[in-house]
Design a protein around this ligand. Structure first.
Ligand code: SAH
Length: 346
């Protein structure tokens, strides 16, 4: 699943010792979500050999939970080495959106995030990132043969730019007209702000929407909740965003988790508006999702509304993110954690 067409051809003619047209047959099966045993135009011995060398679908849905409130569906996936990751499928009027993970765990250490509590276990391969989309497609096709993932947000567990090469390869694979053929314009990549990688990414010529996890109006507050703010200054992060806007012509989305008594006062909204003035951007306000292990909470609704109003007053485009899947632990890293705890009998 993680191979480009050319790589698949090389694998088929090399390791597999088969004529080139077999690559096309295998690719067709992969696109249809088949397993190796189901590739019926390959002979049984060939399928056996293929099974020894490769995995067709590296990601399996181990469990799924559907919200009774809004149809949001949460997946717990298993990887070939038994690691677990998770994902969320959200139904919007513009199509199904899948939130995918890029790493098992995360090493960025943000104070409010459940994905990072045990650090990074490992990077996901391009095939494992793509495999999440394929697994979700197989799952929803059962409900409705026409349904499939239309939009992707790289906002699950992990820091995409900390797994740079695999994420870039995934983006090229998922966009391949012979593959899932998902438009890059329907994909958002969220980063905590690895500035050097942001410049690299701007040079890749991949017009995905960049989301930047800002979460603070200044370095002082940002450093309290995001260790990455010690590596890159606020102004450097904004400069990298401006560069991305210039390069791609796309606006940047700033994610701002509102946290009680920390970053949610109207003063902070004023300061944020000052710093973002003149940028082609949108601010996505997210009342913090409580994470049991962290002593941080969301502010009340009035504080959220006042923050939003102040940004609007200062001509900053902003919205409050609608909460989805509130009854199924929709937020980052929560499901995997509760599953691991059950397993360990905690
Ligand atoms: N590592 C990337 C992408 C993963 S997280 C990044 O940092 O952007 C996707 C978004 O969810 C990020 O903006 C992240 O800061 C936010 N997030 C994580 N935990 C959260 C919580 N408990 N409440 C609200 N937002 C949270």
């Amino acid at each position: 699943m993680g191979l480009t067409v050319e790589e698949l051809e090389r694998f088929v003619t090399g390791e597999l010792g088969q004529p080139r047209y077999r690559a096309g047959q295998i690719a067709d099966w992969l696109n249809r979500g088949a397993d190796i045993e189901g590739m019926t135009n390959l002979s049984a011995p060939l399928r056996a050999k293929l099974s020894e060398l490769a995995v067709a679908n590296p990601v399996r849905i181990l469990d799924s939970f559907k919200s009774k409130i809004d149809d949001t569906e949460k997946f717990l996936y298993a990887l070939p080495d038994s690691n677990l990751i998770e994902g969320v499928l959200m139904r919007y009027h513009h199509g199904d959106t899948l939130c995918v993970s890029t790493q098992v765990g995360c090493r960025m250490g943000c104070a409010f995030c459940a994905s990072t509590l045990e650090g990074r276990v490992r990077n996901l391969t391009p095939g494992e990132i793509l495999g999440q989309v394929a697994a979700a497609n197989r799952h929803i096709r059962g409900d409705d043969p026409e349904r499939r993932v239309h939009n992707i947000v790289l906002m699950g567990s992990g820091e995409p730019l900390d797994n740079y090469d695999n994420v870039v390869k995934f983006l090229r694979l998922v966009n391949d007209p012979k593959g899932l053929n998902i438009s890059l314009r329907n994909i958002s990549l969220s980063t905590c702000g690895l500035v050097r990688r942001m410049y690299d990414f701007a040079a890749e010529g991949l017009p995905v929407t960049l989301s930047l996890s800002l979460h603070a109006p200044n370095d002082e507050i940002r450093r309290k909740i995001m260790p990455v703010a010690n590596a890159y200054r606020y102004e450097e992060v904004l400069a990298a965003c401006k560069h991305y806007i210039e390069k791609t012509g796309r606006r940047v989305i700033f994610e701002y988790a509102l946290i009680k008594d920390l970053n949610s006062d109207v003063r902070h909204a004023e300061e944020l508006a000052r710093r973002l003035r003149g940028m082609r951007c949108h601010v996505n306000l997210i009342p913090l999702n409580d994470v049991k292990e962290r002593h941080l909470a969301a502010p009340d609704r009035r504080t959220v509304d006042a923050f939003l109003k102040r940004l609007e007053l200062k001509h900053i485009s902003a919205t409050v993110r609608r909460e989805m899947g509130a009854d199924i632990e929709g937020a980052c890293g929560q499901l995997r954690r509760s599953y691991l705890k059950d397993e360990s009998g905690e």
